[in-house]
Write a protein that binds this ligand. Structure first.
Ligand SMILES: [Zn+2]
Length: 109
């Protein structure tokens, strides 16, 4: 019995092969753009109430959601397919560097 798929794959390994890689990236949603931070309502700081026994102390802290800017960016996940060339003789765990794509995307599989 001849298995044509297997034969083609081993040939590709010798010559190098191109594989499609599906990635999910976080991108800033430009349609929604910048929004006022809902955690601090654009103040960039939040009042934290600390109870110390009978005393209640209020401390102003930098908002950790927006980092004190008072604004947040809507992010959406974008899926894209990249054609990746696997060089000749590359091992199975060969790591492909996507340095030109920032932030670094993570392969789904
Ligand atoms: Zn905030």
């Amino acid at each position: 019995m001849v298995h044509p798929l297997k034969a083609r794959r081993s040939a590709g390994r010798r010559q190098g092969a191109t594989r499609s890689l599906r990635l999910t990236r976080k991108v800033i949603d430009r349609q929604r753009g910048v929004e006022t931070c809902s955690a601090c309502h654009g103040q960039g700081a939040r009042i934290q109430t600390i109870r110390m026994g009978p005393m209640i102390q209020q401390v102003q802290k930098t908002c950790e959601v927006c980092g004190g800017t008072g604004q947040t960016f809507r992010q959406s996940k974008q899926q894209e397919t990249l054609d990746v060339h696997i060089p000749k003789g590359a091992p199975d765990q060969h790591k492909i560097n996507f340095s030109e794509k920032a932030p670094a995307p993570r392969p789904l599989a």
